[in-house]
Write a protein that binds this ligand. Structure first.
Ligand code: FE2
Length: 161
């Protein structure tokens, strides 16, 4: 009786290895003695993640029934940021990209471009500093090399006005 109860309690939870991720399910390998299972991944509202194979999945099972499980957490220590201080938060991926909310401010790191798409424009309430050029009009104009009409005739180059 007690042994059976203990066994059922142990079956309530499972930690396994992610084998494959589908739309809303994850194929998880829990133990060597248990078949791989395709289990629903209960994502939290507002954040959608697609884990890589070999991440660890934590699942709970209804009444210990291993046929009725749901993955509640996926952990992948291979990519966990290591430099965070207490209280800090970040979103990160396997490529090294991240958005970090740290005690020094917010840092965004992309391995390619960063695209802003907005119906009503983008507003900054402070000076914008760039280590590179600034382009406008789809790239047709650049801050460093643009010209202005010269009232004396012709055009003047950037820096004169
Ligand atoms: Fe100008």
């Amino acid at each position: 009786m007690f042994d059976n109860l203990l066994r059922r309690i142990k079956l309530l939870f499972g930690v396994g290895t992610v084998r494959k991720v589908e739309q809303d399910t994850i194929v998880v390998d829990f133990t060597e003695g248990e078949l791989e299972k395709s289990i629903e991944f209960a994502q939290g509202y507002g954040l959608q993640v697609t884990p890589l194979a070999d991440a660890k999945a934590v699942a709970i099972f209804n009444s210990g029934d291993r046929a009725q499980g749901i993955v509640i957490k996926v952990v992948d220590r291979r990519f966990t940021p290591r430099q965070q201080k207490p209280g800090e938060v970040s979103i990160y991926d396997y490529l090294g990209q991240f958005v970090a909310l740290s005690s020094d401010g917010i840092e965004i790191n992309s391995i390619k471009g960063i695209k802003f798409t907005s119906v009503e424009g983008v507003t900054f309430n402070q000076t914008i500093t760039s280590d590179g050029n600034v382009r406008s009009n789809g790239g047709a104009n650049t801050l460093n090399t643009h010209t202005h009409p010269d009232p004396q005739g012709g055009k003047t180059s950037a820096g004169s006005g």
